[in-house]
Design a protein around this ligand. Structure first.
Ligand SMILES: [Zn+2]
Length: 275
């Protein structure tokens, strides 16, 4: 994965791989192990590094409490899609890199002793794009939460639609939204946690349908990239556009919660809403 190291590719070559990394927030060289031990948050500036779906679940759920739903679900490549590489090749590569079958992990868990259905997305799996597997897992999680009468918490991280699945990818927006509507009719509590980045189809469906929407500091949240918007609208965009902080100020996000506080925050919210 290429980190955003603006104009610093030259310097990066001098750095021994692995031990140190440059923080995109403060541009300081930070010791990788220190960052990892700090929930992947920069100790200097608080920059929240991306974490994978399994790490995310490990950070939130009580130890050994997670029981995964549909662990082996894989896309069958419905369109036989290929561009520079075939979709199957891309899937295989992403599976090897992330140790996941697709970009979402869902299951039953406990947070501070409170039962719930918990899901997390992995932005490292083909940009956390939503295809039929992600859609099925999120819808399944919502259905399970409905049947079990449990709160649902989903950590979103997505760069967009899984274009290799064409219209089937877009259909997942309707599918997940419909499942969440039924969950809502059954008076279920759904907390959406927007992490960096939460965009496009995920933002426009289950990402923004939370009864409560939390976001991590600095997370990019938006439907499409600023360049496309600038070109379409033909006007400059305000400062901080598409950050969690901007979204909070404009009422789209309910609260920004630092990663270290997420577990407690979710547990408290579940208590408040338990009635
Ligand atoms: Zn930093």
């Amino acid at each position: 994965m290429k980190m955003a190291i603006n104009g610093r590719t030259q310097k990066k070559k001098d750095i021994p791989e692995g031990l140190w990394l440059r923080c995109p927030g403060c541009e300081e060289m930070v010791f990788r192990k220190t960052i990892e031990e700090n929930l992947h948050v920069c100790v200097e500036c608080g920059y929240h590094f991306r974490v994978g779906a399994r790490q995310r679940i490990a950070m939130l759920a009580d130890a050994d409490s997670f029981e995964e739903y549909l662990p082996n679900l894989m896309s069958p490549d419905p369109l036989g899609f290929g561009d520079r590489k075939s979709y199957i090749e891309r899937l295989t590569e992403a599976q090897r890199q992330t140790n996941l079958y697709d970009a979402a992990v869902v299951g039953r868990a406990y947070i501070k002793g409170r039962p719930l259905v918990l899901g997390a997305m992995d932005a490292g799996f083909i940009m956390g794009s939503m295809g039929s597997v992600v859609g099925e897992k999120i819808a399944f999680a919502a259905e399970k939460a409905t049947a079990l009468r449990l709160p649902l918490v989903i950590c979103c991280a997505s760069g967009g639609a899984r274009m290799m699945e064409g219209i089937l990818s877009l259909a997942q927006m309707a599918k997940t939204s419909a499942a969440l509507a039924r969950f809502s009719q059954a008076a279920g509590l759904y907390i959406s946690i927007m992490t960096h980045p939460t965009t496009a189809g995920v933002l426009a469906s289950f990402g923004s349908l939370g009864d409560i929407i939390l976001a991590e500091p600095g997370a990019m949240i938006g439907f499409t990239g600023p360049r496309v918007i600038r070109q379409t609208m033909k006007q400059d965009l305000p400062d901080g556009f598409q950050t969690a902080e901007f979204m909070l100020e404009h009422g789209f996000v309910d609260r920004i919660v630092a990663r270290k506080d997420l577990r407690s925050e979710v547990a408290s919210l579940m208590d408040y809403c338990a009635g």
